[in-house]
Design a protein around this ligand. Structure first.
Ligand code: 5GP
Length: 219
């Protein structure tokens, strides 16, 4: 076997993970749906973002977010430590670059839970990223979920409701829409999308090439 073919086989064995982007308006229930999906799928990892927002009750450092001061955030921005970053509702958010790339390199599928602008930025940089829009089942659920969270003032709440409607208009830019009527079912839908994407022709081009042109005995 030539070195070239051996290298190809090694490359085939070390498949990179899928980058999955999940967006949806506040109150769509993204956190709960993703927690279900991750609990069921050990190969799926959640990218913990950095934020300058204050922690909500029950949120933990390193689990929900890495909570930073504006100075710390700006230092990270300056040092090019983000894959993408956005300011949302007056707070800054960023996806830590090194961790996500290392997970993908190790073959894990990585899910980014980010806003629509950040999602489009990721799609530009990573055209193979799988884009999923998680939608609440009705307008009234958005409002009731946001009110139940009770972490914002009435003014903040109204801003989030209006922004949620704006975000839903962007759903057409995504590859898939998952409607969150039930978190467990929403998680199953996301896992089904990941499974289908792994069987897509796009994801298997190298595999097919190897089968045809490199012997394909060590796949
Ligand atoms: P929340 O403050 O409710 O946790 O998040 C507000 C919005 O920021 C949500 O739409 C959430 O998906 C988004 N978000 C969280 N982390 C990031 C990030 O790293 N990048 C971007 N672009 N948006 C994020």
């Amino acid at each position: 076997m030539t070195t070239r073919i051996r290298n190809k086989d090694a490359e085939m064995k070390k498949r990179k993970g899928l980058l999955i982007v999940v967006s949806g308006p506040s109150g769509a229930g993204k956190g709960t749906v993703l927690a279900h999906a991750i609990a069921e799928c050990p190969n799926l990892r959640y990218s913990v973002s950095v934020t300058t927002r204050a922690p909500r009750e029950g949120e933990c450092e390193g689990v929900n977010y890495f909570f930073k001061t504006l100075d710390e955030y700006q230092r990270m921005l300056h040092d090019d430590e983000f894959l993408e970053h956005q300011c949302v509702y007056g707070n800054c958010y960023g996806t830590p670059k090194r961790h996500v790339l290392s997970m993908l390199e190790q073959g894990y599928d990585v899910v980014l839970e980010i806003d629509v602008k950040g999602a489009l930025d990721i799609k530009n940089k990573f055209p193979d990223a799988v884009m999923i829009f998680l939608s609440p089942s009705s307008r009234s659920t958005i409002e009731s979920r946001l009110r139940a969270r009770a972490s914002e003032s009435e003014e903040q709440l109204q801003i989030r409701i209006a922004a949620a409607i704006d975000e839903i208009k962007q759903a057409v830019l995504y590859d898939y829409v998952v409607v969150n009527e039930d978190a467990a079912q929403g998680a199953q839908d996301i896992l089904a999308i990941i499974r289908a994407e792994k069987c897509s022709v796009r994801a298997n081009k190298k595999f097919i090439d190897n089968l045809l042109y490199a012997g394909g005995n060590n796949l």
